[in-house]
Write a protein that binds this ligand. Structure first.
Ligand code: UD1
Length: 420
């Protein structure tokens, strides 16, 4: 069992290249099922969620292999239609496989999706999407069964912006009969990347990144190679790590244009940044101003996935800050851990009030992915040593957080406590 050890207090500095985006690659892996042949995802992050999705595709009959960070997906024989609960229970995004499996096999069966404990995370919008395309759905205690002879293009007006449900609809529409119009779509960069990937495979999708997406169904796709963009959330996490230590770092491949709302907050806190030849140079030496009020919102608003990392930074900034979480209701679980470090935090429903102070190192437990990364950030800023348990949660989305932070001169290492 691994633990992360951090000796806090080092001011981070140096250059780093960020891994490929988790939330981009997972729907692309699902999309690969739409073509009976090979697709290649280049610069793919080697993280647990990608390995889980790879296992699911293999269970369906795909052949997969890696060449360094390039992931090859051969779905020629991926004709399985059943994703057992043992796989789907491990990750939330397994639900987006329903559409592609259905498009391919006229039926699909999946155990209820699992994932991080950040909130209720219902799947009603996904099922609504499938029904709109003509699918019949049977919900049982442990599994969802879906069937449909031929998916038919449709019009969908989403009652709520959902990244996953928008992706589900795009995946269903690609090989369906006729035209599909989607309104009130999620506008996250991951949606744009999914549409670029599918269009490179021969799909006909317009409007990605906008409120309304139109898809002309097509009969046949081809294989493609796609470079996975840098992960905007990992980029934001490392910017927060540097900010918490008032460090100065350069992100060599930061995804320009995808972090604007975060960078506005960074600047308001006293941080400075500039873009130079595709690099993001961020200087957190002047970070000293609290954030009177911030709320998480669908893109282009402040991302819920960076709420916990920012919260960790704000525990070190003098004055009072307030955050409201609007997307996932259980994202303040880390507050009790941060309090152990001496942080002054009050949680009231979906709002948190933070009064900046010094933190001290201690033993901490990660219970979900981004909260786990936030604990690492707090530990980097704290006096003394911290030990963080629950490392598997962090590995779901960070290829090697210790290696990356060591590049930035942090004193951090992984220890396998069973082998000592
Ligand atoms: C994706 C990201 C996740 C990010 C989230 C919001 C992936 C693999 N995960 O998750 O990292 O935190 O976007 O940016 O890309 N909802 C429903 N019914 C549904 C589906 C969603 O009510 O059927 C609700 C959710 O509970 C949440 C909101 O819609 O309150 C947005 O969730 P959604 O955008 O769907 O998140 P995910 O796609 O699961």
């Amino acid at each position: 069992m691994d633990e992360i050890h951090v000796i806090g207090g080092n001011c981070l500095h140096g250059n780093i290249t960020v891994q490929g985006s988790k939330n981009t690659v997972l729907p692309l892996m699902a999309g690969a099922l739409l073509y009976r042949g090979i697709n290649v995802l280049k610069a793919c992050p080697r993280i647990t969620d990608v390995f889980y999705m790879e296992e699911i595709l293999r269970a369906l009959g795909a052949e997969t292999w890696w060449e360094d960070h390039d992931l090859y997906l051969d779905c020629t024989h991926a004709d399985g239609s059943h994703v057992p609960e043992i796989y789907s229970g491990r990750m939330r995004s397994s639900i987006i496989l329903l559409g592609p499996i259905l498009a391919r096999n006229q039926q699909a069966e999946i155990g209820y999706p699992g994932g991080c404990v950040i909130g209720k995370r219902p799947v009603d919008l996904h099922l609504y999407v499938l029904r709109r395309f003509g699918a019949e759905i049977k919900e049982e205690e442990k599994k969802i069964t879906v069937s449909c002879k031929k998916l038919c293009g449709t019009e969908i007006v989403f009652s709520k912006r959902s990244v996953g449900a928008t992706e589900q609809a795009i995946l269903c529409a690609t090989l369906s009969k006729g035209t599909t119009t989607l309104r009130n779509c999620a506008r996250e960069p991951e949606i744009v990347w999914l549409c670029r990937f599918l269009n490179a495979m021969g799909a006909k999708i317009e409007g990605a990144g906008e409120d309304c997406i139109c898809i002309e169904g097509t009969e046949k796709l081809c294989g493609t190679k796609m470079q996975i963009p840098a992960d905007r959330i990992v980029t934001g996490t490392y910017l927060c790590a540097a900010a918490a230590t008032r460090g100065h770092i350069v992100i060599e491949n930061a995804p320009e244009g995808e972090l604007d709302t975060f960078l506005q907050v960074y600047r308001k806190m006293g941080g400075q940044y500039e873009w130079k030849s595709g690099k993001l140079i961020a200087n957190g030496a002047g970070i000293q101003f609290s954030v009177p009020f911030l709320e998480t919102e669908a893109y282009p608003g402040f991302p819920t996935d960076l709420q916990s990392p920012l919260l960790a930074v704000l525990t070190t900034v003098p004055g009072i800050s307030r955050i409201r979480e609007n997307i996932f209701e259980n994202r303040f679980k880390i507050c009790s851990e941060l309090t152990k470090m001496g942080a002054h935090i009050e949680v009231r429903g979906s709002e948190v009030k933070i009064c900046g102070s010094r933190l001290k190192g201690c033993r901490l437990r990660a219970e979900e992915l981004r909260g786990g990364a936030a604990l690492v950030i707090a530990a980097l800023a704290a006096d003394g040593e911290s030990v963080i348990e629950g490392v598997p949660f962090i590995r779901r989305g960070y290829e090697d957080i210790c290696r990356d932070l060591r590049y930035l001169q942090a004193e951090i290492y992984m220890e396998d406590i069973l082998s000592v």
